[in-house]
Design a protein around this ligand. Sequence first.
Ligand SMILES: [Zn+2]
Length: 59
Amino acid sequence: MKACRVCKRIVEEGNECAVCGSKDLTRNWKGIVIIWDVNSEIAKKLGIEAPGKYALNVY
Ligand SMILES: [Zn+2]
């Protein structure tokens, strides 16, 4: 799986981020967080605006 370098979204298929449309993806990421509620503390901390799976760290 790859992660988007722009918004940290996990991209399971294809070469484009479903959230921000970026093609800047990397396999070099660590940690995974699943966001259901974009108003939660963790979502706010990570700046996440759409529910889904995100990488905690993208290199
Ligand atoms: Zn993205």
